[in-house]
Write a protein that binds this ligand. Structure first.
Ligand code: NAP
Length: 250
């Protein structure tokens, strides 16, 4: 059990993030649930954690917006204490289409939500965690996607490109802060059963594509949460700048 450790999980009202929040709470971490609009979903996860005796707050904040991110981190400083784990999980995708149909506004929104959020949250985390700044160290786990390697042709090249940027950010930041007590790693999930696929216009996308997955099935968000948890904790103490692909072999 990790007494006095604090984890911020962005986008944790639903899907993968919600499972990550529950797993950290079960392992003794004080958890900050973050979300952008779904109050009901965030409240449900928070009460589940509190009912089991965990420590948990929820902060509604758009992590692609710098003033929201600063408010998120200062709230955690005041209510839970110094952050030791940041999971950059919040992410979006838009309706499946070819590149010609992607608007400039959509491309910017996807990049802001999926990449700028990692940059802004990591910046606040490093300020607090770095031993160079008097911090106690910590870990950052970015939630990228198998799309960073496949490129998602005919579906969402904008989303895939944003995850490529997350991979590069992971590697660069890991090397930049390695000597300051901070490890930075990423997971690149494959097809996971969450509501995200409905945003792409195909709620049953995992069912349609599961026969193409070597393990012949889609992934459970809990299976991704386990990989994130491992990367965030002492179990992976010699791993930084690395990637785990919970993708069934894809
Ligand atoms: P999801 O079920 O759609 O949940 C998305 C979460 O992100 C929600 O909690 C949502 O909050 C939050 N969110 C969205 N924009 C936000 C913002 N600007 N600020 C704060 N929170 C925001 O998604 P998921 O499938 O669990 O995906 C989680 C991560 O895994 C994403 O980065 C995604 O790209 C990645 N991933 C997913 C899959 C997959 O197959 N599902 C595969 C590869 C990678 P609200 O509830 O308030 O809307």
């Amino acid at each position: 059990m990790s007494i006095n450790k604090v984890a911020i999980i962005t986008g944790s009202s639903r899907g993968i993030g919600a499972e990550v929040a529950k797993l950290f709470a079960e392992n003794g971490y004080a958890v900050c649930i973050n979300y952008i609009s779904n109050d009901l979903a965030a409240e449900k996860i928070k009460s589940e954690i509190l009912q089991k005796g965990g420590r948990c707050i929820s902060v509604k904040a758009d992590v692609s917006n710098s003033s929201d991110v600063i408010r998120l981190f200062t709230t955690v400083d005041l209510e839970l204490g110094p952050v030791s784990v940041l999971v950059n999980n919040a992410g979006i995708l838009k309706t499946q289409c070819r590149l010609e149909e992607i608007t400039e506004a959509r491309f910017i929104e996807v990049l802001k939500t999926n990449v700028m959020s990692c940059f802004l949250c990591s910046k606040e985390a490093v300020k607090r965690m770095s031993t160079k700044n008097g911090g106690a160290g910590g870990t950052i786990v970015n939630v990228s996607s198998g799309a960073s390697k496949s490129g998602s042709p005919n579906e969402y090249i904008d989303y895939a490109a944003s995850k490529g940027a997350v991979d590069t950010l992971t590697r660069g930041l890991a090397l930049e802060v390695a000597a300051e007590g901070i490890r930075v790693n990423a997971v690149r999930p494959g097809l996971i059963y969450t509501e995200m696929h409905a945003s792409g216009g195909e709620p049953n996308r995992v069912e349609r594509l599961k026969s193409k997955i070597p393990l012949q099935r889609g992934g459970d968000p809990k299976e991704v949460a386990e990989a994130i948890f491992w990367l965030a904790t002492e179990k992976s103490s010699f791993v930084t700048g690395g990637f785990i692909d919970p993708a069934g072999g894809l």
